[in-house]
Design a protein around this ligand. Structure first.
Ligand SMILES: [Zn+2]
Length: 268
């Protein structure tokens, strides 16, 4: 079995929504890969709609019964669109956990901006995101207590939160009390990049480079020990690489292994 054989849903059932059809058409115009839709129930260990992609296909998993199904569809399609447009990740010697989180989170300010631009009523979506933030914040506050380096992994997320402060202000404020140095560093990065944003590749690259400087400086100035100084150097020397290259290097086997680890049941 390959990921292409995973039971899928018919896109036609969702293309009556004008935002979904626009995002779907934009992605299929940009990509040569197959874009498949699947029920989230196939991967029971994943709680929310998600996106995964490899050399031959882009897979989107959604909860068809959710009241936010159109928002989720456009959100996941936009992850694909940004990748196809050339959005980047940082290639640097960083702990693995930082990598996946980093590239995913860094896309969200632009994804929210474009969800709205596709005509979605975001007032129906934000309460969901507030709950997401609440969960992330609880984890982050716990990490601050047990890990003196926690700020370095929180900074990308905090940085993106500043882009939708109308939803995240209370969370940011709560975090500030627990770890003001990381908060202040993320805020400074935001202040320097907010005029640029992420609307196209060039802005995205410039914002990303500026964020990198603030991120590296935070390690130098606020974290103890030689590990942190090494991290600062690795971030500073890290280069931006297209996410698309990374996805195109992923094989069918790798995706099957990943999905099976998330609970996908393979018959036979
Ligand atoms: Zn996302």
């Amino acid at each position: 079995m390959t990921p292409l054989d995973i039971p899928n849903l018919n896109w036609d059932a969702f293309l009556g929504n004008s935002a979904v059809v626009s995002a779907y058409q934009d992605l299929t115009k940009l990509t040569t890969r197959t874009v498949l839709l699947h029920p989230l129930s196939l991967i029971p260990r994943v709680p929310q709609s998600c996106y995964c992609a490899w050399s031959d296909a882009i897979h989107i998993f959604i909860d068809e019964s959710s009241e936010r199904v159109h928002h989720s569809l456009v959100h996941e399609l936009l992850h694909g669109i940004l990748v196809e447009e050339g959005y980047c990740r940082i290639a640097a010697r960083l702990p693995n956990s930082l990598h996946g989180m980093f590239s995913n989170e860094m896309q969200h300010p632009e994804i929210f901006r474009r969800m709205e631009a596709y005509g979605l009523d975001m007032s129906a979506y934000w309460p969901h995101w507030v709950r997401e933030l609440r969960g992330s914040l609880a984890d982050m506050l716990n990490e601050v207590v047990v890990d003196r380096h926690a700020g370095v992994s929180h900074m990308p997320q905090l940085f993106t939160w500043f882009y939708f402060k109308h939803v995240s202000a209370a969370h940011l404020e709560e975090y500030r009390h627990a770890n003001s140095a990381a908060y202040v560093a993320a805020q400074a990065a935001y202040e320097e990049t907010k005029g640029l944003g992420f609307a196209d590749m060039e802005c995205h690259r410039q914002s990303f480079e500026l964020f990198k400087e603030h991120w590296s400086r935070f390690c130098t100035d606020h974290l103890p020990g030689s590990f942190a100084q090494q991290l600062a150097t690795n971030i500073r020397e890290g280069t931006l690489k297209p996410l698309l290259d990374n996805e195109k290097g992923r094989s069918a086997e790798e995706i099957m292994t990943l999905l099976i680890s998330k609970g996908l049941h393979v018959a036979g």
